[in-house]
Design a binder for this molecule. Structure first.
Ligand code: HEM
Length: 108
């Protein structure tokens, strides 16, 4: 059964662009990881200042393996291309964990 891990990032309005740029520059950081199934960066439209980093994995074990290895590389320093660490755009983060109970896509 797949698992969904959502990292919830609180981002002040004036930092949105910085955050999105940083994610854009990490595109591809997760796609080749074992057990990776899906990623979406979700920008809040109303009611919250929290971005959701939606990820879905084949199993809890695959997610853990990513967290312990590739994830660290993907997040190193917060700066691009090995630059010195930058001030994070997000002012806080929380990890939510879910199991997929049911899912659907469009009919072929
Ligand atoms: C559910 C899995 C993930 C977890 C637990 C996680 C964890 C975190 C945390 C804790 C931060 C805040 C760091 C800080 O404030 O300094 C962060 C920021 C960030 N993450 Fe992730 N992350 C996940 C998935 C991803 C993926 C898949 C990507 C790339 C495609 C990514 C790219 C980034 C980037 C670019 C930032 C910088 C945001 C900033 O400047 O504040 N993350 N992540």
């Amino acid at each position: 059964m797949s698992v969904v891990k959502i990292n919830v990032l609180t981002v002040p309005a004036e930092q949105r662009e910085v955050l999105e740029q940083r994610f854009a520059s990490r595109a591809g950081a997760v796609e080749n990881s074992d057990g990776f199934e899906w990623f979406e960066l979700l920008r809040p439209v109303e009611g919250t200042d929290q971005y959701l980093v939606y990820t879905r994995w084949r199993s809890e074990e695959d997610f853990k393996a990513w967290m312990e290895g590739p994830m660290k590389a993907a997040h190193q320093g917060g700066g691009e291309g090995g630059e010195a660490p930058k001030r994070p755009a997000a002012s806080g983060s929380t990890l939510w964990s879910f199991e997929v109970v049911q899912s659907a896509g469009p009919k072929a």
